[in-house]
Write a protein that binds this ligand. Structure first.
Ligand SMILES: Nc1ncnc2c1ncn2[C@@H]1O[C@H](COP(=O)(O)OP(=O)(O)OP(=O)(O)O)[C@@H](O)[C@H]1O
Ligand SMILES: [Mg+2]
Length: 289
């Protein structure tokens, strides 16, 4: 995919987030990045470096003691309008979330309400955001989106505890997809799942991205995985993005000492450098194209 020259869908400029506790912590420091339509931007860094804090702040889901100290987040809608996300009123923000920009939270599969059917939980998003839609159309859309993420639509009547972890995670992705947002932020969407299920789901995400052209900020500490699926990767260290480049470049010519250290900490990436992207391990990326 050629991304140069495209108008971005999201611009984060100089964003800083502080936790106002006894000894205030600046968890996100002067972060700037752009996201192009259809792009998968990986965000990697060790536990506690500020990935989730950044994701929440972009979506304006942060709560006290977290506070945005500096910076701006601009959404460039495909209809040509720009919105300053940090300046939106509560009502505008509610309309915005899920429909323009949605999020799959860290540990999301455990966030489904156990006593409400899958259908009712998906339908809730539609009832709120598509009030004019008929019940039959909503039902059809819920079934469609579930099939899209690889879950049989018969499962609409199931309750979360009747589904495997992988299926529940797919349901969360379906929920994030149902209004066809232009941007999805996925925070460790597959980390809790076994490798086979994880790869199936990633394949699905790549396929859907190709079909629907949404952009993704994909957060994980799993750098090998990001190298496979991302167009570009941002490396975060103690709240700062210390390097941001194409996956290829991060892999072949890492510049920052921390990026090198991170690459070196994955046995699968060390040793015969150069083989990883070209051969088997990179098949996932190849398959979706
Ligand atoms: N509620 C809070 N109060 C004070 N400080 C916090 C709070 N939540 C997070 N922090 C600080 O912000 C930093 C970043 O946390 P964050 O959850 O964003 O990291 P992360 O990169 O998502 O980690 P992980 O990979 O474990 O999910 C933490 O190191 C911590 O110091
Ligand atoms: Mg996190």
């Amino acid at each position: 995919m050629t991304l140069t020259g495209t108008r971005p869908v999201l611009t984060v400029d100089n964003l800083s987030v502080v936790y106002d506790v006894d000894k205030p912590v600046t968890a996100v420091k002067n972060v700037s990045l752009t996201l192009s339509p259809g792009e998968i931007l990986g965000l990697a860094g060790e536990s506690g470096c500020g990935k989730t804090t950044l994701a929440y702040a972009i979506n304006r889901l942060h709560k006290p003691p977290a506070r945005i100290d500096t910076g701006s987040v601009t959404f460039h809608d495909s209809d040509g309008t720009d919105s300053d996300l940090l300046a939106l009123g509560d009502e505008q923000l509610r309309a915005f979330r899920w429909s323009k920009l949605s999020m799959v939270f860290q540990g999301a599969m455990n966030a489904l309400n156990p006593v409400i059917s899958i259908h009712a939980q998906l339908d809730d998003v539609l009832k709120t955001h598509r009030p004019g839609m008929s019940k039959a159309d909503r039902r059809r859309l819920c079934a469609d989106v579930l099939e899209r993420v690889g879950v049989d639509s018969k499962r609409l009547s199931s309750f979360p505890h009747e589904l495997s972890g992988g299926m529940r995670q797919r349901v969360m992705i379906a929920m994030a997809l149902i209004l066809e947002p232009q941007v999805m932020i996925m925070d460790e969407p597959t980390t809790a799942l076994d490798v086979v299920v994880q790869r199936d789901i990633l394949r699905e995400i790549l396929r859907l991205r190709d079909e629907l052209n949404f952009a993704v900020i994909f957060i994980t500490h799993d750098l090998p995985l990001l190298l496979e699926i991302s167009d570009r990767i941002a490396i975060m260290l103690r709240g700062e993005i210390v390097e941001l480049a194409s996956s290829e470049r991060i892999y072949r010519e890492p510049e920052h000492a921390y990026t090198k250290k991170l690459l070196g900490s994955f046995p699968s990436l060390t040793g015969e450098r150069g083989d990883f992207i070209r051969t088997g391990d990179h098949a996932l990326r190849g398959e979706s194209k």
